[in-house]
Design a protein around this ligand. Structure first.
Ligand SMILES: Cc1ncc(COP(=O)(O)O)c(C=O)c1O
Length: 422
C-alpha cells in the first residue's frame, strides 16, 4: 500500500489544481468598450445605466421572467430585500442556521430579530418542519439559503409561508443555476438574492449581487431600497421615499456580469459532469458518500459536500481530511465559518453599540412569545457540519484532475477504511 503523504510518502498531486480562469479577454473587452464610450462622451462610466439594465433584463430572462436589480454584494442584496419589505421594527425574521454572515447580519441591522432555524437532518439547508416550529405572530419574513448549490425544500417553505402572508427571500448566493423539478431556484420565493462576488458561479468582478422578483411592485420597492429611497415609479414630484443606503452596482461591473452570465450554463453543466464522474469513481468506498439531494433537485455544486462515515474508518474526519490535504486535494474540512449564530457578533449581540438591541428592546421583550434572549442550539446543523467536508472543485478541472482526485480518495481510504458503512 502506498505510504500516505501525511506520513512522509509522496503526494498524489504535488502540483496545484488549476485556477478557475473564468475571467478572460471577453470580460476585459466589455469593460474596455465601456471605458472607450465614457472617454468619447467625456462622462461616466456610471451606474443605473444601459449596461446594468441589460444585465438585469438578461438575468431575469435566465430565471424565466421577472425583474432584477443589480447591487453591490450578496450581503447588500439581503439588506435590500428586507428593506424593500419594510417590516415594522422588532419583528422576527427566520433564517437557516448554515449561511454566510452576510446572509444573516442585515436582519438585526434592520431592527429585526434573527430567529435561527435548524437544518434538515444530514443537510446544510433548513426545511419546512424546522421553519414551522419557529413561526410566531411576530414573524415578518423567512430567509432560505440553498447552500453549496443544493436546492432547499423551497416549495415546502412557500406552502407554509404563502397562506400566512409571510414573504420568503431565497438566498441563492451559492446556487446559481440549481433547480428543483426543472424550475430554477430563485423563482420560487417572493424575492431572490444572488451574490456575484468573484468566487461565485458567475460574477460581476470583485463584488456584486442581484435581487430578483416576479412582482413589479416589489421590484420598484427593491430599486428604492438599493438607492437611498429614490422615488422610482412614484408619481411625478415625489421625493426620496424611505431612508436606505446606496448599494448600486456600477455599469462597469454589470458589463462583466453580462459576459459571465452567458458562460453560466456551461459553468454549471461542467460542474454537474465533474460531480457525476466523482460520484461514479467513489462508489466502492465505504467511509465517504455523496449525501442525497431532495427529490427532483439538481445541484449546481458551488462545492461538493461529502459525508464522512467514521464507523467505516480507523480515524476521525479531521485526520482523514488532513490526509486528503497532504495528498494535494483542495478541501474545507470544517464549515463552521457558515454558522454565523455561533460567532461573537451574534453571541455578544454586537449590533448597536453595547445596547443588545434589537434583542433587548422593550418592544421586543414585551411582544416576544419566547425568551427574547434565547439561544438556537440547531443540533442538526452542528451535526451536519461535523459529519461532512467540502471538496473545493470547479468547472476548470480536467479529466486528469478528476482522476487524481479519485486516486487520492482511494489511497487515503485504503489506508484507513475498516468496514462497510451503514
Ligand atoms: C449563502 C450566502 N449568503 C450571502 C452571502 C454574502 O454575499 P457577498 O459575499 O457577496 O456579500 C454569501 C457569500 O458567500 C453566501 O454564501
Amino acid at each position: 500500500m502506498a505510504q500516505l503523504a501525511l506520513e512522509g510518502g509522496q503526494p498524489v498531486r504535488p502540483h496545484a489544481f488549476p485556477a478557475r480562469a473564468h475571467i478572460g479577454a471577453e470580460e476585459k473587452a466589455a469593460v474596455a468598450a465601456l471605458f472607450d464610450e465614457a472617454i468619447a462622451a467625456g462622462a461616466g462610466p456610471g451606474y443605473n445605466g444601459p449596461e446594468e439594465q441589460a444585465y438585469c433584463d438578461e438575468f431575469s430572462a435566465y430565471l424565466g421572467g421577472g425583474y432584477t436589480d443589480a447591487v453591490s454584494s450578496g450581503t447588500a442584496g439581503i439588506y435590500v430585500a428586507l428593506r424593500a419589505l419594510d417590516p415594522e421594527p422588532f419583528g422576527e425574521v427566520i433564517v437557516g442556521a448554515v449561511t454566510d454572515p452576510g446572509g444573516m447580519m442585515p436582519i438585526p441591522l434592520l431592527n429585526q430579530i434573527p430567529v435561527v432555524a435548524d437544518t434538515l437532518p444530514g443537510s446544510y439547508n433548513t426545511g419546512p418542519e424546522q421553519v414551522s416550529s419557529l413561526l410566531t405572530p411576530l414573524t415578518r419574513a423567512i430567509v432560505v439559503a440553498h447552500i453549496a448549490g443544493e436546492p432547499a425544500d423551497i416549495p415546502g417553505i412557500m406552502a407554509l409561508a404563502g397562506p400566512r402572508g409571510i414573504p420568503v427571500i431565497e438566498d441563492c448566493s451559492q446556487s446559481h443555476g440549481a433547480s428543483l423539478h426543472g424550475r430554477p431556484v430563485g423563482s420560487f420565493g417572493d424575492i431572490a438574492v444572488f451574490s456575484t462576488m468573484f468566487g461565485k458561479h458567475h460574477s460581476s468582478g470583485g463584488q456584486g449581487g442581484l435581487v430578483f422578483t416576479r412582482d413589479v411592485n416589489l421590484y420598484n420597492r427593491i430599486r428604492r431600497a438599493s438607492d437611498r429611497g429614490k422615488p422610482f415609479a412614484l408619481p411625478e414630484g415625489s421625493t426620496n421615499a424611505l431612508a436606505s443606503l446606496n448599494l448600486n452596482l456600477s455599469d462597469l461591473a454589470a458589463a462583466i456580469g453580462r459576459i459571465q452570465l452567458r458562460k453560466l450554463p456551461t459553468i454549471v453543466g461542467r460542474r454537474c459532469e465533474i460531480v457525476a464522474e466523482l460520484e461514479a469513481g467513489l462508489q466502492g468506498l465505504h467511509c465517504i458518500s455523496l449525501p442525497p439531494l431532495l427529490d427532483g433537485a439538481q445541484s449546481s455544486s458551488w462545492f461538493l459536500r461529502l459525508r464522512y462515515h467514521p464507523e467505516a474508518s480507523r480515524v476521525d474526519k479531521d485526520t482523514f481530511c488532513r490526509a486528503l490535504s497532504a495528498e494535494g486535494l483542495p478541501i474545507m474540512a470544517d464549515y463552521s465559518a457558515a454558522l454565523p449564530h455561533l460567532m461573537d457578533w451574534f453571541v455578544n449581540r454586537r449590533v448597536f453599540g453595547s445596547s443588545g438591541y434589537p434583542w433587548t428592546s422593550p418592544e421586543y421583550v414585551r411582544a416576544s412569545v419566547h425568551d427574547p434572549n434565547r439561544d438556537f442550539p440547531c443540533p442538526n446543523a452542528r451535526a451536519a457540519v461535523a459529519a461532512h467536508f467540502n471538496v473545493m472543485f470547479h468547472e476548470a478541472w480536467t479529466s486528469a484532475d478528476i482522476a487524481d482526485t479519485l486516486t487520492i480518495f482511494h489511497k487515503v481510504a485504503a489506508a484507513y477504511e475498516t468496514t462497510h458503512n451503514t
